[in-house]
Unconditional design. Structure first.
Length: 193
């Protein structure tokens, strides 16, 4: 599965989630036509030799293969896009086009990555804001979901610093951190400082 994060000129972030299905629609059609030609050639040779029952089974086989390839190709169009910009989080989901959209406030959105009960190493990634939850990346592997959760936490939530890598600025090595000296407390009448 693929995840993609872009840092745009405005400091906005965009995460595009898509299933990692190798062939596109054109490749799928070419694969199907090549397999159909081979299967029908064998079926027609068998029919010419008198084994006519091979032809209907070849047709059933090709219909099942075509249906499976179509379903697979349709899944390759699934997209989930998370836009983080201007204090807003917008989640868009759809197949080939945007079918559902959710809007949340960036500061009030929580990124939750949790283990599912009774499922071995299966996790779930959720964006939650004001009682609403949006599940993300159901087609991602657990490690990919964990990585995406880390990236989303860097720019979503109350302490978010959108547009940077989420790391605190490093202090120079020669600069010593200030030491807090604790001395005796002063009374109201003490004027020593």
């Amino acid at each position: 599965m693929t995840t993609h994060a872009e840092l745009e000129n405005t400091g906005a972030r965009r995460f595009v989630l898509a299933p990692n299905i190798a062939p596109n629609w054109g490749q799928t059609v070419r694969i199907y036509l090549a397999l159909s030609a081979a299967c029908l050639t064998v079926a027609l040779v068998c029919t010419a030799m008198g084994f006519w029952p091979v032809l209907p089974f070849a047709g059933i086989e090709l219909a099942a293969l075509g249906w499976a390839l179509y379903v697979s190709a349709r899944r390759s169009l699934d997209r989930e896009i998370v836009h983080v910009e201007d204090g807003q989080v917008r989640v868009e989901k759809g197949r080939g086009r945007v079918e559902q959209t959710w809007h949340m406030e960036q500061a009030w959105t929580e990124v939750i990555h949790r283990q599912l009960p009774r499922r071995w190493e299966e996790t779930e990634l959720v964006l939650r804001s004001r009682g609403r939850e949006v599940k993300l990346g159901s087609f991602l592997e657990p490690e990919e979901r964990r990585s995406l959760a880390r990236e989303l936490r860097r720019c979503i939530g109350p302490m978010a610093r959108c547009g940077d890598d989420g790391a605190l600025p490093a202090e120079p090595a020669d600069r010593k951190s200030p030491v807090l000296a604790v001395g005796p407390s002063h009374s109201l009448g003490d004027r020593t400082g």
